[in-house]
Write a protein that binds this ligand. Sequence first.
Ligand SMILES: Cc1cc2nc3c(=O)[nH]c(=O)nc-3n(C[C@H](O)[C@H](O)[C@H](O)COP(=O)(O)OP(=O)(O)OC[C@H]3O[C@@H](n4cnc5c(N)ncnc54)[C@H](O)[C@@H]3O)c2cc1C
Length: 307
Amino acid sequence: MSVTHRLPPVRGKLIENAPLADMTWLRVGGPAEVLFLPADEADLANFLAETSDDVPVQILGAGSNTLVRDGGVPGVVVRLTAAFAKVEAVGENRLKAGAAALDKKVAQTAAKEGIAGLEFFTGVPGAIGGAIRMNAGCYGTETCDVLVEAVALDRMGRRLIVQPDELGYAYRHSEAPDDWIFVEATIQGTADDPAAIDARMAEITSRREETQPIREKTSGSTFKNPDPPGTPDQRKAWKLIDQTGWRGKRIGGARFSEQHANFLINDGTASAADLEAVGEGALADIKSATGIDLHWEVRRIGVEKAS
Ligand SMILES: Cc1cc2nc3c(=O)[nH]c(=O)nc-3n(C[C@H](O)[C@H](O)[C@H](O)COP(=O)(O)OP(=O)(O)OC[C@H]3O[C@@H](n4cnc5c(N)ncnc54)[C@H](O)[C@@H]3O)c2cc1C
């Protein structure tokens, strides 16, 4: 029996067999058994409270760090709607942002308000919920450095207000329970001249264009670096991929980028299985050549296609 019959009435939308590929940057993978687009926070909270906890529920943000497997995602995938995408200044150089607000919109709003320190968000193509979960960051700043507090709904639909020190942050990692859905964040910056902030954002954008294949179907860095930023002689995932001959090496329509060896690319014909095979092939060769265990930064969800 379809899982839909076990779900409570909602004010938003429940869509059966909903394609997910176009909701991700990699543009691969099968459908969600059910996609839930909540009307607002109360709708989402009620859904979580009323849905039996043996129904799998997971959240997809802007899909810039997610690979959906070819067999699709059993259970419910939640995608936050425009009701969760507001960004507003709340005084003291702070912004309140809904979890579906794109990081870039947060950076732009901050610049307009003369709030500095959030420029790095312009280089991260996800939304704020994903940034809180992944501790997204670049060029020396991470989400945990600027987060004042986050609001999450747990699997029972309870509203929790949490501070960064409760989220167990590390490099591209948080210890937030897997079933929490962040719905809002308060973010702190410092005062500065909007023109100076704009200039720093433009600098980040042009640095990205030069060094990363940002117009490709990619999910950014595939593996975490083995050492966090700031480690002397930091070992880099891209170098290990390069040294083991995986830069540009192809399986089906998938390969690591020639421009940035840690970025997986779908040339338009790849399946999720092709992309995962390239990643797993590189991991195995790196392990046998160097003894180093790299770990996926990209989140992989769903099941493989039955053959
Ligand atoms: C071209 C490119 C460049 C990139 N550069 C960087 C970079 O410089 N630095 C960096 O850190 N990352 C980078 N990334 C990776 C990615 O943008 C970040 O990890 C981003 O924070 C993911 O956000 P998202 O909304 O797309 O999350 P998704 O990919 O949708 O989800 C990622 C994870 O977050 C969880 N999640 C999403 N929304 C919520 C929510 N509301 N509540 C709870 N959990 C949630 C998902 O369940 C999943 O586990 C890059 C990606 C691309 C494609």
